[in-house]
Write a protein that binds this ligand. Structure first.
Ligand code: CAA
Length: 382
């Protein structure tokens, strides 16, 4: 039986900043951000969107009534959750009208959570082929104004439907994983911004990629030339390029894999980091933009969550992949955003529900999305 990704959608804020503007404001050479980091634009998330509304807006694009009745599991991967107890999955299940006979829960392991969700969904659908599982990956990446991590902020959501006989990617069911107790990036419950040891985190990422890739090769006897492309978790797009370069060297497949990598980073360079969703935005970018994907082509996926968990797994392109259909909504969303000045962004960055729990109402007249966070009353989200 074939199990994999049947539908995929992406959602982000209608606001962005340009990385040249940010570089100029921070006294950096724009080429450091554009080339050295590999980012062109960055989504800025308004206070009227949180991970629940981002994910609901993404999933709303792809689910029909039949899906909503068939979904018996909703898995939400996030590291910017809105409650220490209640999962974001339950909110989304309710907002979208998904049937109540479902298991709904949240998974946390930094940027890795949605990958754990996909593996769990794969096992569940393999055992129950009529089931459909909704996997959500949504985050708002915040490092703070005037920090080295600022250029790697961003945010958004990816929603994926995992089914039998999928329309997009058939998962191979083979993966290699590795974890270790590492303090490279973390966010204690009392903070809105992440703490990070940035250069160390890039070293650990590359090390975990090499370990899981080598383990995958040993397990499957597959090698670089068995892959059309490898999609990476992209906290910033240069990161994936560094990891890919660390294994391709002068291998005959290097040129092809490096070419495909350019397609896989197109959307991420315009959005920034969305933590749990970054790998899946990169996959979507590859599927929507590559001019050379054929049925049966194998795609590798490297997932990394600081702290740290790495996983390398793979899947194959399905016969009638419709790239144009995947590209249209993303291009529409990204081409119709509003550019903020750096001072407008700095103001928006400071907004958000007060941390002391008091009632609060946002002006929602400017947010035209279907799902909007209107404020808080009696400790309940509106
Ligand atoms: N033209 C072209 N390139 C230039 C340049 C110029 N004028 N000036 C500098 N560069 C290059 C540098 O050579 C460097 O390239 P290499 O890494 O290839 O050597 C690159 O620009 C970045 O320069 P620095 O290393 O000096 O940048 P920095 O010290 O300001 O910090 C960072 C970069 C560590 C990535 C920082 O942005 C950060 O901490 N980001 C957050 C952490 C992060 O994303 N880590 C990734 C792995 S962890 C993870 O994956 C989980 C997650 O999602 C967070």
């Amino acid at each position: 039986m074939i199990v994999g990704i049947d539908k995929i959608a992406f959602f982000t804020s209608p606001y962005y900043i340009d990385m040249t503007d940010l570089a100029n404001a921070r006294g950096e050479d724009p080429n450091k951000y554009l080339i050295g980091i590999g980012q062109q634009k960055q989504s800025v998330i308004p206070p009227t969107q949180d991970v629940v509304t981002l994910a609901a807006n993404a999933a709303d694009e792809i689910l029909d009534e039949a899906d909503k009745q068939a979904i018996d599991m909703v898995i939400f991967g996030t590291e910017s959750g809105i409650d220490q107890s209640k999962s974001a999955a339950i909110y989304v299940q309710s907002l979208l009208g998904i049937g109540k006979s479902a298991r709904s829960f949240e998974i946390k392991q930094a940027c890795y959570g949605a990958t754990a969700g996909i593996q769990m969904a794969f096992d569940h659908v393999t055992q129950h082929p009529k089931s459909k599982v909704l996997v959500l990956a949504a985050d708002i990446a915040r490092y703070g104004l005037n920090t080295p991590g600022e250029v790697t902020q961003g945010g958004g959501a990816v929603a994926m439907l995992i089914t039998a006989q999928p329309d997009i990617l058939a998962l191979d069911g083979q993966s290699a994983f590795y974890s270790d107790d590492i303090m490279d990036f973390w966010r204690p419950a009392y903070r809105r911004e992440a703490l990070v040891d940035g250069h160390y985190s890039t070293d650990v990422y590359i090390d975990f990629f090499n370990r899981t890739w080598n383990q995958y090769q040993a397990q499957t006897n597959r090698h670089l030339d068995d892959f059309k492309a490898i999609a990476f978790h992209l906290p910033f797009t240069k990161m994936g390029l560094k990891a890919l370069r660390s294994v391709v060297h002068d291998h005959p497949s290097a040129v092809g894999l490096l070419e495909q990598f350019e397609f896989s980073r197109q959307y991420n360079a315009l959005v920034g980091n969305l933590y749990t969703g970054s790998l899946y935005l990169s996959l979507l970018s590859l599927l929507a933009n590559s001019d050379d994907l054929k049925p049966g082509d194998r795609i590798g996926l490297f997932s990394y969550g600081s702290g740290a968990q790495g996983e390398f797994y793979s899947g194959k392109i399905i016969a009638d992949l419709q790239s144009q259909k995947l590209a249209e909504p993303v291009n529409h969303l990204l081409n119709n955003r509003i550019k903020l000045t750096i001072s407008e962004y700095e103001k928006m960055y400071q907004q958000g529900l007060p941390m002391n729990g008091r009632d609060y109402e946002f002006d929602i007249t400017k947010d035209h999305n279907r799902f909007v966070l209107a404020g808080r009353k009696a400790n309940r989200r509106l």
